[in-house]
Design a protein around this ligand. Structure first.
Ligand code: FAD
Length: 323
């Protein structure tokens, strides 16, 4: 059997593509990651919102909603609209032939006329056990300032961002709207960020640079109380009192299995052929969500792209005479 549409990825983009493709009678099948443990990380289907607590900025939930609960609703809605779910990763693809060939984590071959890639971009974490524990329990550790910075728990509190690039400074600058103080913890004695961004950070009276330090532990039982720092020059350890920690060390798009199959940018994000569409360098392969968007990285933008990808796939299939 040749699938009309295979959707890869189980976050807001993939599930929304499933809702639209299901309603368009394309009988889509969605491949989601199987639950597993990698080091300190629990991998579960549902995407990045499985690793956060309250989502306050997704429309339709005036009182907010817990990330895992929202993703369960997405999944149910996609299934209700006729999207089939398979709990296996896609590990390999061959986009050079038609129908496209894909292999899942059990090495089963799937053939598809169209593919929607919605595999996301994972926030990079430090990988410390207490960091993961407090991130998953809503204890004040996050990898997204725009998402979580406005939560009441962070207002008028001392916060810190780890990192030294443009995105770390952007996160730190954003947090100064709410925090009493924002420390930027960087392992070197100068920032990697552009000159303009550096000036923004160094001239912000609420921001304080902490140079040559790495976070070696996150302190606190239910809520973060501080971090333990290691000085990369003196090798001494110290503690810094905090009520919130934001990790700003970049994202890794989940595209390793797509290398040499389609155009990726230098960071591994899928390159879209047209900024307003979800078309890629391979005709019939569409991309949605954070895997093709290093700028906005929000659930609502990912879901919007999932909708566009399903509509693009539907129209493309119709143009090929496949309905
Ligand atoms: C801590 C944190 C808090 C956040 N809070 C908010 C918030 O409050 N509001 C908001 O709007 N946004 C928030 N975000 C951002 C939001 O989570 C992302 O923008 C959104 O989840 C992106 O959706 P996506 O579908 O593109 O990708 P993802 O959510 O990353 O989902 C992609 C899924 O595909 C899976 N996958 C990857 N490769 C494969 C493969 N080969 N085969 C099968 N499956 C695969 C991944 O494991 C993942 O489960 C937060 C992010 C983080 C990290």
């Amino acid at each position: 059997m040749i699938e009309k549409v295979v959707i890869i990825g189980s976050g807001p983009a993939g599930y929304t593509a499933g809702i639209y493709a299901g309603r368009a009678n394309l009988n889509p099948v969605l491949y989601a990651d199987e639950p597993r443990q990698i080091g300190a990380f629990n991998i579960v289907p549902g995407g990045q919102l499985m690793f956060t607590t309250e989502v306050e900025n997704y429309p339709g939930f005036p009182k907010g909603v817990m990330g895992p609960e929202m993703m369960e609703l997405f999944r149910q809605q996609a299934e209700h609209c006729g999207c089939r779910m398979v709990g296996r990763m896609i590990s390999k693809v061959d986009f050079s032939r038609r129908p496209f060939q894909l292999w899942d984590s059990e090495d089963q071959l799937i053939e598809a006329h169209a593919v929607i890639v919605a595999t996301g971009a994972t926030a990079n974490w430090l990988g410390l056990p207490n960091e993961q524990r407090l991130a998953q329990s809503g204890g004040g550790v996050s990898a997204c300032a725009v998402c979580d910075g406005a939560l009441p728990m962070f207002r008028n509190q001392p916060l810190a961002v780890v990192g030294g690039g443009d995105s770390a400074i952007e996160e730190a600058t954003y947090l100064t709207k709410f925090a009493s103080k924002v420390y930027l913890i960087h392992r070197r004695d100068k920032l990697r960020a552009s000159k303009a961004m550096q000036d923004r950070a160094l001239n912000n009276h609420k921001m304080e640079m902490i140079w040559n330090k790495v976070v070696v532990d996150v302190l606190g039982d239910n809520k973060i109380t501080g971090v333990k720092l290691h000085d990369t020059v003196t090798q001494q350890e110290s503690t810094l009192e905090l009520r919130g920690l934001f990790i700003g060390i970049g994202h890794t798009p989940a595209t390793a299995f797509l290398k040499n199959q389609m155009q990726l940018d230098e960071k591994g994000y899928i390159v879209l052929k047209d900024l307003y569409r979800t078309t890629t360098s391979v005709d019939g392969v569409f991309a949605a969500g954070d895997v093709a968007d290093s700028v906005y990285r929000q659930a609502i933008t990912a879901a919007g792209m999932g909708c566009k990808a399903a509509l693009d796939a539907e129209r493309w299939l119709a143009a090929q005479g496949i309905e």
